[in-house]
Design a protein around this ligand. Structure first.
Ligand code: SAH
Length: 262
């Protein structure tokens, strides 16, 4: 196999924390190409082609360690050419509402604190607190989200009895906490005024991808606003509609990615 065809054959890693956050991706892969499943570290990695893109699809489960371990396996055992994380998150920015979509451009671990040895939030020995998503992947993802909202937003707005969902791009913060109080989310807003969303995996994936030079991108649908209503709102959103978002976003994103790779 020459370098060009080998490069073309490298798959994209697509992952989420929970099964609902993958939408119909695995069944769509099954229908399109068949699926070969390999189990490693108690995770099932589904290998096949979906919406024209060779992919490895898996579930990280919840939290930064789970996410980092899964990203590392995708890189080492499957030689992925990039990683895309899809899922739900709590809204932090005042303009970010339930049903909106946030595409991460920068990611930060809000619970990292090795003071006074290192500045607050800095990852010790890496010399940085923030990790950038790959610009091209994030742009393709944001474009797919905009098209999803344009084409399916009316039905989504009817579901939420609100205005059309919006797509935001910017800072996503991650930590090993489900943020569920006005006080906690207020503290995060104060520490990171530009943060749009809070979740539990994205910045861990971004760190691993940074360390290995693998492009990554994160897309999050807002399931709650990280306050006292968060656990009810999160659970309802996950059950009722998270899959609709992931299905709609991923099929547009992957089709665009396939067209770019041709
Ligand atoms: N396994 C449990 C717990 C999920 S924790 C369950 O299924 O009920 C919440 C998940 O959604 C995490 O993966 C996190 O990334 C994201 N998330 C959504 N809202 C969040 C919030 N308010 N704070 C932190 N993470 C949130």
């Amino acid at each position: 196999m020459n370098t060009t065809s080998r490069a073309q054959a490298r798959p994209l890693g697509v992952l989420a924390a929970l099964p609902q956050e993958l939408g119909d991706l695995i069944s769509a892969m099954q229908a399109e190409s068949g699926v070969v499943t390999r189990t490693l570290g108690q995770r099932d990695y589904h290998v096949g082609t979906v919406h024209g893109v060779p992919c490895v699809v898996t579930l990280a489960r919840v939290g930064k360690v789970a996410a980092a371990a899964t990203a590392s396996a995708l890189i080492h055992a499957f030689d992925v050419e990039g990683i895309v994380f899809t899922g739900v998150a709590g809204g932090v920015g005042s303009s970010v509402h339930i049903g909106d979509i946030v595409v991460g451009e920068t990611l930060l671990q809000h619970d990292m604190n090795a003071e006074p040895l290192f500045p607050r939030f800095e990852i010790p020995l890496l010399g940085r607190a923030r990790f950038d998503a790959d610009r091209a992947l994030a742009a393709t993802l944001a474009d797919a989200c905009e098209r999803f909202v344009t084409e399916e937003g009316t039905a989504l707005a009817a579901h939420f009895h609100t205005a059309m969902p919006r797509v935001h791009r910017g800072l996503v913060i991650s930590g090993d906490q489900f943020v569920a109080s006005a006080q906690a989310v207020g503290g995060l807003r104060e520490a990171h005024p530009e943060a749009l969303a809070v979740e539990m995996e994205g910045a861990a994936i971004a760190q691993v991808c940074h360390e290995y030079g693998v492009p990554c991108a994160v897309v999050r649908t807002i399931s709650d606003t990280a306050d006292e209503h968060a656990s009810t709102s999160f659970t309802t959103f996950l059950t009722d509609i998270a899959g609709t978002y992931s299905t709609g976003i991923l099929k547009r994103f992957l089709a665009a990615y396939a067209a770019q790779s041709r």
